[in-house]
Unconditional design. Structure first.
Length: 70
């Protein structure tokens, strides 16, 4: 699994607002409907990685666990 912070393009010290902003930008960039040049399965996979990274990093307890265990 790739580093969740790298997926969103933020540092491990990013605030929740920075994470939300990065997520919105990455979600728009990677959404399958916006990426007609990329195979649908690949676009969906990239988008799901962004969603997963946001879900983990936007939740305090999940983020703390991720930071401890990677």
């Amino acid at each position: 699994e790739t580093n969740l912070y790298k997926i969103l393009g933020v540092s491990s010290r990013a605030t929740i607002n920075e994470i939300k902003k990065a997520y919105r930008m990455k979600a728009l960039d990677t959404h399958p409907d916006k990426n007609k040049d990329v195979p649908k399965e690949l676009a969906a996979d990239q988008f799901q990685k962004v969603v997963h990274a946001f879900e983990v990093l936007s939740d305090v307890s999940s983020r703390n666990q991720y930071d401890r265990t990677g």
